[in-house]
Design a protein around this ligand. Structure first.
Ligand code: TC6
Length: 691
């Protein structure tokens, strides 16, 4: 590359100047790309032989956006707005030629071109909202001028891109080019524009259609729940409102102000951090890049219960055949029936075709014999969470599975090394901990045993990506990363309701913090009787007592809450009395508990436990822990995860408050040495990586 700079090239073909950007991996608009693009436009405009300009990108995609890694750093090179002005004000037509993904700043550049051509597989969108931002390079002002206010609202607040064909229908794209022939088609299009002397179509000069006050009011109302807690969606809505009501330049000013507000806020910092953290989690330190993986063409799942069924669906949906094994025919039939029903429900929502349902179900084999797993490349056990049962299953699998097959356990707490020791091939054993509902939740904890082979680990990460999961590697410890930290929150929630709060107080405070639901609501949803046994129950915990009087949770209409037929919940006076009696029996003097104490008591021990997980090397990085919590437990993404949140609050503050509670609550609050060290050094948990 290069007659402009390392990232941009200008060539001339006949009367067309072709600007090619080439900045792997995704042609993000870093300083080099901006400088190169500006220089190329200047040069093409100055060249009398050039009558129109095509802007195209090399590699896998058109510009995928601003360079996110530059955000928050001192500015370098020419500004994006200036580059865009050069394109929009060029006295010769500029045609953007789009393949791959034209996202964020990439689409905003294309919107300053006079025409847009795209291949059918291209996707166009403004995903800034996902980074806690808004399209601050004129996207909120130009997009509604083409697609109308309603569609623009949808696009900027969801961040979801649209395909080139839909873009053609809305006018966002002027012409589709045959796949693989973008360059020649764009050049031909530019020649046609010149020959026909078509005007320089500036998006900024168009009118916004459909931006009525009712549209915005209804949109806000319809999406209030979805946008709860997030700042960016509302700022995006305000921008589209501005586009509808103000002249272009004033709208741009409004966009700038709102953009700066978001850019300097904590939410966007958190969401940008999460973007990179998620990609980082896929990289395993001390595993050489390019470690060969094992082919996974057939999967076995043992157990057709809720977990086994959900796990199977991941593979079926990705086109990988699954053999599912259960011990009893009726359980097997029930399990496969639920899988089918789930797919049919998806189809009823229009997200899968009827053929899709049959295709997926056609990949499923139901069996009552473990022997049928002999040809599987990966077998995942999802049986009862009890060590002796797991060991028995793995002992049998060891005799049945073919050499080189990966044997995985979906255990959520148990020791994977002990399970591996029940086989003659511990190097092939790994933990694959899915989260319920397993076909929906994005998180997969990959538990690396002491003897798990590097290629088994690499294969697990690769398979996870194939089935659309975000995988995080965890070491072997009780509850791994997520459930281990959850235990500390649960412990405090249970203590708080005896000390003075009610379950609905704790739930409300954690809901307001940003979780989809609080711990008691979650317990009711999961079923209070999970792991509870009538025979062994001695009324030692509140949960025992609830189960003993048949309050088992949402499923039978009564748990911590009372439920009506539509599963609407209300605080239960009976449970309130039970809590008061229980506390009195234990000699606990109840007191008023503030919302602030509920947050601190529930969240700070999690941060502390996360620091212990890191210190023990059970997670590679602080950011991995955050990815676990965001994708597996509904931690609000705009708070960046528990480690990032600890950094935001200030580690010294977290430490001080842990010590404060330690004085009254005891050593459950004993701070982790790593937390003490980082607080003293001014370090950050979210940036911490195990040596
Ligand atoms: C914006 O434009 C704001 C404008 C306002 C201006 C005032 N910057 O995801 P992948 C890296 S906001 C820097 O694995 P895929 C990524 O970290 C931006 N780096 O690939 C990774 O690096 P690694 C709006 C970026 O094929 C590598 O590229 N745009 C950026 O699965 C490959 O990424 C977006 O939000 C970036 N913008 O998906 C788009 N993008 O290999 C964000 C990617 O060192 N990007 N990288 O780990 C995406 O959605 C996807 O990356 C993709 C490609 C669909 C472009």
């Amino acid at each position: 590359m290069g007659n402009i700079n390392a990232a941009a090239d200008l060539s001339v073909e006949g009367n067309i100047g072709i600007i090619t950007l080439d900045s792997p991996p995704v042609n993000a608009l870093g300083a080099d790309v901006r400088d190169g693009l500006a220089g190329a436009v200047d040069k093409a405009v100055a060249d009398p032989a050039v009558e129109a300009i095509v802007l195209i990108c090399a590699g896998r995609t058109f510009i995928a956006g601003a360079d996110i890694s530059e955000f928050g750093k001192p500015p370098r090179g020419i500004g994006l707005h200036e580059v865009q002005a050069k394109i929009e004000n060029a006295p010769k037509p500029v045609v953007a030629a789009i393949h791959g993904t034209a996202l964020g700043g990439g689409l905003e550049v294309a919107l300053t071109a006079h025409y847009r051509v795209a291949v059918p597989s291209a996707k166009l969108g403004l995903p800034e909202v996902k980074l806690g931002l808004l399209p601050g390079a004129g996207g909120t002002q130009r997009l509604p001028r083409i697609v109308g206010a309603a569609k623009a609202l949808d696009m900027v607040t969801s961040g979801t891109p649209i395909g080139a064909k839909a873009a053609l229908e809305t006018g966002l794209v002027d012409e589709l080019a045959p796949e693989g022939e973008l360059r020649s088609a764009a050049v031909a299009f530019a020649q046609k524009i010149v020959a026909e002397k078509r005007p320089l179509k500036k998006v900024r000069d168009l009118e916004v259609k459909g931006g009525s006050p009712e549209l915005f009011a209804e949109f806000r109302k319809a999406n209030a729940r979805k946008f709860r807690g997030f700042e960016a969606p509302e700022a995006n809505i305000k921008c589209i409102e501005a586009a509808s009501g103000l002249p272009f330049d004033e709208g741009m000013k409004r966009e700038r102000e709102l953009f700066m507000g978001l850019m300097t806020g904590v939410q966007s910092a958190a969401q940008r951090y999460v973007f990179f953290a998620e990609r980082q989690a896929a990289k395993i330190p001390n595993l050489p890049e390019g470690t060969a993986t094992r082919p996974i063409n057939k999967v076995g799942v043992i157990g057709a219960g809720t977990m086994g069924g959900g796990i199977s669906m991941n593979f079926l949906s990705a086109g990988i055949p699954v053999t599912i094994v259960e011990m009893k025919q009726d359980a097997l039939d029930r399990g496969t029936g639920i899988i089918r029903k789930n797919y049919e429900n998806t189809a009823a929502k229009g997200k899968l075709t009827a053929e899709g349902v049959e295709r997926n179900m056609g990949l499923l084999t139901a069996s009552m014999s473990l022997d049928d797993l002999a040809d599987c490349d990966l077998v995942i056990e999802a049986v009862f969470e009890q060590m002796d049962i797991k060991k028995e299953v793995f002992g049998k699998l060891d005799r049945i599975a073919k050499p080189g097959a990966i044997l995985a356990s979906n255990t959520s707490y148990l020791n994977v090394d002990e399970i591996a020791a029940a086989t003659s091939r511990p190097q092939d054993v790994v933990g694959l901990h899915f989260f319920s509902p397993a076909n929906v939740m994005r998180l997969l904890e990959v538990v690396r045993g002491a003897r798990t082979a590097p290629d088994v680990l690499a294969t697990a990460m690769e398979v996870a990506k194939k089935i659309g999961k975000v995988a995080v590697v965890a070491g072997v410890c009780f509850g791994f990363i997520g459930n281990r930290m959850l235990s500390s929150r649960q412990r405090e929630a249970n203590k708080l309701i005896l000390e003075g709060a009610m379950p609905w107080d704790v739930d409300r405070v954690l809901y307001d913090f940003g979780f989809p639901m609080g711990p008691f609501q979650m317990a009711d949803l999961a079923g209070l009787d999970i792991g509870w046994s009538k025979e062994k129950s001695r009324g030692e915990t509140l949960r025992d007592r609830l189960c003993e009087i048949d309050r088992r949770g949402q499923k039978n209409g009564a748990g911590f809450y009372d439920y009506d037929e539509k599963r609407n919940r209300t605080p239960s006076p009976l449970v309130e009395k039970m809590i008061l009696d229980f506390a009195a029996e234990k000699g606990i003097a109840r007191r008023a508990i503030s919302d602030e104490e509920i947050v601190e008591r529930c969240i700070y021990p999690m941060i502390n436990e996360g620091a212990k997980v890191l210190d023990e090397g059970m997670a590679y990085r602080g950011s991995d822990i955050d990815i676990v919590w965001i994708n597996g437990y509904g931690w609000p993404v705009y708070r960046g995860g528990p480690m990032f949140y600890g950094d935001t609050v200030g580690l010294q503050t977290v430490l001080d408050r842990l010590n404060h509670y330690r004085a009254t609550q005891g050593d459950d609050f004993a701070p982790s040495p790593l937390l003490e060290k980082l607080a003293a050094e001014g370090g950050k948990l979210s940036q911490y990586a195990a040596k």
